[in-house]
Design a protein around this ligand. Structure first.
Ligand code: SF4
Length: 466
């Protein structure tokens, strides 16, 4: 990932700890490891067996917990959340976990994903008297749970059955922690043993960070309850499938995470190898390989290894440029690119470069990067994209908002190559991704328009003619 404004963005990450005397502190460390999944807000709720406590705010986890806030989160159980807003917007009320009082006690919820029938559910809940204090989808989960019947497990199962789309959420009560995953498994969620207790995380990199021991992924359509009685599991839906978001592998997840048994770095390397295979068949040969930092570096390594070329640091990222930098004019935007990224002149001069990036949203950043390389003396730049063209919006919690923003929805690869001023441009296709991740294992809807769920009131937005 290089420029957040020209890349899809992840919505959130969740992390929970059950039965550990420093639950809040380890949740904080877990959130740190998940920070790449959202930087606009962070929060932790904890339970001491009598009541729930919560601290949250806008900004990075280190900014929200910069004083002694963790000391005010007692108890052995906690859940945490890092947020990037898609549904609901970037407002303070939407920062999670969200808390509510239910008939059978207090609950806190932290959610990753997007519920596609949120509008239908919200309207129905409001008609039944529910009052919403945020615009976040996640509050719908709390209301549905509150209105459910039976035990907390039954209430959560009933809430899950009513929701469609993508969700991986954690619920904390005074005595238990629940983890639930949507019936398609769109968003990742894993569980681990942690000393005498357990932890649950959006990605395994956070499990490693606190030295917990990975046990397994939570399955699509499954709810797992952690309590003093141990671990209980149940499925809430008959129809379930495996449709993990392919963009998790391509771009969002940290390279050291393992999703559904496949290491993210290894999957990205394989995508680089496939691109090298295609170029070998097409007779395209470069002098060096350059990956756009950071998420394309694994694919660049795979390409270079397969092609027998050297993988060079031709682009240098400035890690200290503020993430809220706003560039209103074209001149300022160009200047911002130069502040964020530099071409390494001595490396790229007079070279035919195979430039690897993970995806193209608008295409504007690709053009700026190619210009940077050519101004630094590159002879040719062949852009290779480690995913298929993004043509459809995502309604599952990834900010690929409208078809208007997606250049590949309007322009074919040949035209796009001219537009970004590349000497050639090549994408992977969905069949390539299936070779890497396995068949019928992932959602590829933003590439092929085959959404795993019904789209409810988003149908028009998904219309290819739209
Ligand atoms: S539509 Fe794309 S970004 Fe959204 S869940 Fe599916 S693969 Fe992921």
């Amino acid at each position: 990932m290089m420029f957040a404004e020209d890349k899809p963005r992840e919505e959130c990450g969740v992390f929970g700890v059950f039965h550990h005397d420093q639950a809040a502190m380890h949740t904080y460390f877990g959130l740190h490891a998940l920070q790449h999944r959202g930087q606009e807000g962070a929060g932790i709720a904890s339970s001491d067996g009598i009541r729930l406590y919560c601290h949250k705010g806008r900004g990075l986890a280190a900014e929200v917990f910069k004083g002694n806030e963790l000391d005010k989160l007692p108890g052995d159980n906690s859940i945490g959340h890092v947020r990037y807003s898609t549904a609901g917007g970037d407002v303070a009320e939407n920062v999670q976990p969200l808390m509510a009082r239910a008939q059978i006690g207090s609950i806190a919820a932290a959610h990753n994903g997007q519920i596609v029938n949120a509008n239908v559910l919200r309207k129905r809940l409001e008609e039944q008297g529910s009052i919403f204090f945020s615009t976040s989808d996640s509050e719908i989960i709390l209301h549905l749970i509150q209105r459910g019947k039976g035990s907390m497990m039954e209430k959560i199962a009933s809430a899950c059955r009513q929701m469609d789309g993508a969700f991986a959420f954690l619920v904390l009560t005074e005595h238990s922690l629940y983890a639930a995953r949507d019936r398609y498994g769109l968003r990742p969620l894993s569980m681990a043993s942690f000393d005498d207790g357990y932890c649950v995380s959006s990605e395994t990199c956070a499990i490693e960070a606190i030295q917990a021991k990975w046990l397994r992924d939570i399955r699509p359509g499954e709810i797992v309850k952690f309590s003093e009685q141990g671990v209980q599991s149940r499925f809430y839906a008959q129809e379930r499938s495996h449709r993990l978001c392919a963009m998790e592998y391509i771009y969002f997840a940290r390279p050291d995470s393992v999703l559904e048994g496949l290491n993210v770095h290894a999957a990205r390397k394989r995508s680089g190898e496939l691109m090298a295979e295609k170029d070998r068949e097409a007779g395209i040969r470069g002098d060096i390989v350059v990956g756009v930092p950071d998420s394309s570096l694994s694919a660049a390594a795979g390409y270079a290894e397969a092609a027998g070329l050297s993988n060079e640091m031709g682009l240098i990222k400035n890690r200290y440029v503020g993430r809220t930098f706003i560039e209103p004019t074209q001149e300022q935007r160009d200047l911002a690119v130069r502040m964020k990224l530099s071409a390494n002149g001595d490396v790229v001069r007079d070279k035919r470069i195979i430039l690897i990036d993970d995806s193209i949203v608008r295409g504007t950043t690709s053009r700026r990067i190619i210009r940077l390389l050519k101004e630094a003396g590159a002879k040719e730049v062949h852009l290779r994209i480690a995913s298929p063209p993004l043509r459809w919006p995502c309604f599952y919690g990834i900010d690929i908002a409208t078809k208007k923003e997606l250049v590949s929805a309007r322009v074919d690869p040949v035209k796009l190559s001219e537009q970004v001023e590349a000497d050639s441009l090549c994408f992977l296709d969905v069949a390539d991704l299936e070779r890497i991740y396995g068949q019928d294992r992932c959602c590829y809807a933003c590439f092929d328009g085959h959404y795993p769920s019904s789209l409810y009131d988003h149908k028009e937005e998904a219309d290819p003619a739209g």
